[in-house]
Write a protein that binds this ligand. Structure first.
Ligand SMILES: Nc1nc2c(c(=O)[nH]1)N[C@H]1C(S)=C(S)[C@@H](COP(=O)(O)O)O[C@H]1N2
Ligand SMILES: [Mo]
Length: 446
C-alpha cells in the first residue's frame, strides 16, 4: 500500500482544550521510543568556563565541540550535533559561503536565501530534541557574518520608553540576570504549507511537515531584562525586536505586546545557546529572542536592538510576513491591496494546534502480510503541538475519511523536564516548579 497524504483516507484530528500552561508543546502520538533514551558514552568535557563558553563559537565555526554538557538520564537526552565542518557546495557561490550546513537538508527556496527542513523521517527519528543539523531554518536574507571578535563585542541596545536605557554585551546579560534553559518547540508559520498550496496556491513557499523543531534554549528571561530597564508606565505598550540582517526593505523586526513580554510565565528568552552549545549562525549567533508558543517568526535572530514603544513594530516584514488573510483575498489582490497587511487582526502570533503523520512516510510502501494473528498491524506515528501553552489532549486517527476515529496514545517528553532537579554550570539549576510547568534552570553561583 503506498500512502499519499495529499489524497489519502487517513485523517488526523487533534484537539486542544484549556490545559496547563506549558510553553512548549510537541507531543508524539505513538508508541514511540526515542533513540536518545539509550545511555550514551561518557560526555565530552564540559566546555563551560565561568558563565558560558569561551571561545564563544558554535560547533560549525569551532570544530572540537560537538555536544553540550550531558543531561541527567531521566531527561530526554541531547542529540548529537553533526553540523559538518565543510561548506556545502550549494553555498559556495552565495553570501553564506562561510556557513557550514548539513547538505541533506531540503532547500525550499533554491540555494539562497537558506530556507530548509530535514526529511520528516530524519527529524522524527532524532527524537524529542532536534540536533542543530536537522533544525529547520528560515532566513529572509544572508546570515550576518559574525566571528569570534564580533561576538565578544556584540551589543544589544535597549531603549525607547524606559527609565534606564542600556547597551549590553551577551556576557553582561549573562552576569546581570539568572540564566535559564527551556525546551521550546519552534514552528514556522508556513509548516505544511505545501499541502495548502496544493489545495489553493498561497503567496508562500512550500514547507513540508518538518518546519518544526524542538531544542533546549539557554539565556535570560526577557521579563527580567524589561524589569531592569523599567518601561514607562502608561506610555509603553509594545516591545520591538530588531535583527542585524540587512534585507532590501530594512532589517528583520517584529514586536510583542509589553504585557506579554513582561510576563515570565510566557517564557520569552534572550538566548545565546541551543542544546548546550552556542547558537549556530543560521539560528542567530550570537544571540536571539526565543518566544515559546508563538510562530517562529516572532523569535528574532541576530538580535541587535530592543525598543520599548507606544506602537507596534513598523518593520517591513512585521506587516508583510506571517499574516493570515481572509480566505476570499486572492494572491494577486493581496499583492496589490496594501491594507490587508496592515490590519492588526490578521497577524499570527500564537500557534494553532496541528499534527502530522511521520510513519508511514509519504509514498512509503507498507507490506502487510497476514501470516499470523499478530501480523497485519501497523502503528501510525506522528507529532502534534499546540500553541500559547495549550496542551494537546487528544489525537484521533481515521482510516475511513472521518466516519470512525481511533484514539492515539500520546507521549509528553516535555513532562520529564518537570519531574527532575538538575544542576549544571552551563544550564544552571533546574528544579520542579509546579507553577510554571517548565524546566527552570537558574544560574549556579560559581
Ligand atoms: N533576524 C531574523 N530573525 C528571524 C528571521 C529572519 O529572517 N531574520 N526569520 C524568522 C522566521 S519566519 C522563523 S520561522 C524563525 C526561524 O528560526 P530558525 O531559523 O532558527 O529555525 O526565525 C525568525 N527570526
Ligand atoms: Mo517562519
Amino acid at each position: 500500500m503506498a500512502i499519499e497524504y495529499l489524497d489519502s483516507p487517513i485523517s488526523v484530528l487533534s484537539l486542544v482544550t484549556e490545559g496547563l500552561y506549558s510553553p512548549y508543546e510537541t507531543s508524539l502520538f505513538t508508541p514511540f521510543t526515542s533513540p536518545n533514551d539509550s545511555p550514551k558514552s561518557e560526555p565530552s568535557t564540559p566546555v563551560s568556563e565561568g558563565l558560558f563558553f569561551y571561545p564563544f563559537l558554535p560547533a560549525s565555526l569551532d570544530v572540537p565541540t560537538r555536544n553540550g554538557p550531558r543531561l541527567p538520564k531521566a531527561l530526554p537526552q541531547l542529540p548529537d550535533n553533526a553540523t559538518p565542518v565543510e561548506v556545502a557546495k550549494a553555498d559556495r557561490e552565495t553570501p553564506d559561503n562561510w556557513v557550514k550546513r548539513n547538505p541533506d537538508l531540503i532547500r525550499l527556496t533554491g540555494k539562497h536565501p537558506f530556507n530548509c527542513e530535514a526529511k520528516l523521517s530524519s527529524l522524527f527519528e532524532a527524537g524529542f530534541l532536534t540536533p542543530a543539523h536537522l533544525h529547520y531554518v528560515r532566513n529572509h536574507g544572508a546570515v550576518p557574518h559574525v566571528n569570534e571578535d564580533i561576538a565578544r563585542e556584540w551589543t544589544m541596545r535597549i531603549h525607547g520608553l524606559v527609565q534606564r536605557e542600556v547597551t549590553l554585551t551577551v556576557q553582561q546579560l549573562s552576569q546581570l540576570f539568572p540564566i535559564v534553559t527551556l525546551p521550546v518547540t519552534f514552528v514556522c508559520a508556513g509548516n505544511r504549507r505545501k499541502e495548502q498550496n496544493v489545495v489553493r496556491k498561497t503567496l508562500g513557499f512550500s514547507w513540508g511537515a518538518a518546519g518544526v523543531s524542538t531544542a533546549l534554549w539557554t539565556g535570560v528571561y526577557l521579563a527580567d531584562v524589561l524589569e531592569y530597564v523599567r518601561p514607562k508606565r502608561g506610555q509603553a505598550k509594545h516591545v520591538i525586536f530588531e535583527g542585524a540582517d540587512s534585507l532590501p526593505n530594512g532589517p528583520y523586526g517584529t514586536s510583542q505586546r509589553l504585557s506579554w513580554a513582561a510576563n515570565k510565565e510566557r517564557g520569552m528568552l534572550i538566548a545565546w545557546a541551543m542544546n548546550g552549545l552556542p547558537l549556530e549562525p543560521d539560528h542567530g549567533f550570537p544571540v536571539r529572542l526565543v518566544v515559546p508558543g508563538q510562530i517562529g517568526g516572532r523569535s528574532v535572530k541576530w538580535l541587535k536592538r530592543i525598543e520599548i514603544s507606544d506602537r507596534e513594530s513598523q518593520h517591513h516584514l512585521h506587516f508583510w510576513d506571517n499574516k493570515l488573510l481572509p480566505t476570499q483575498v486572492m494572491p494577486d489582490q493581496a499583492r496589490s491591496e496594501k491594507h490587508w497587511w496592515y490590519d492588526p487582526r490578521y497577524i499570527i502570533t500564537e500557534l494553532n494546534v496541528n499534527s502530522a503523520i511521520a510513519k508511514p512516510d509519504h509514498r512509503e510502501t507498507l507490506i502487510i502480510s497476514k501470516r499470523s494473528e499478530s501480523d497485519g498491524f501497523y502503528t501510525i506515528r506522528g507529532y502534534a503541538y499546540g500553541g500559547g501553552g495549550r496542551r494537546v489532549t487528544r489525537v484521533e486517527v481515521s482510516l475511513d475519511e472521518g466516519v470512525t476515529w481511533n484514539l492515539a496514545t500520546i507521549e509528553y517528553p516535555e513532562d520529564r523536564f518537570r519531574e527532575i532537579c538538575h544542576m549544571d554550570p552551563v544550564y544552571g539549576i533546574s528544579r520542579l516548579d509546579a507553577k510554571r510547568h517548565f524546566i527552570l534552570l537558574v544560574l549556579l553561583e560559581l
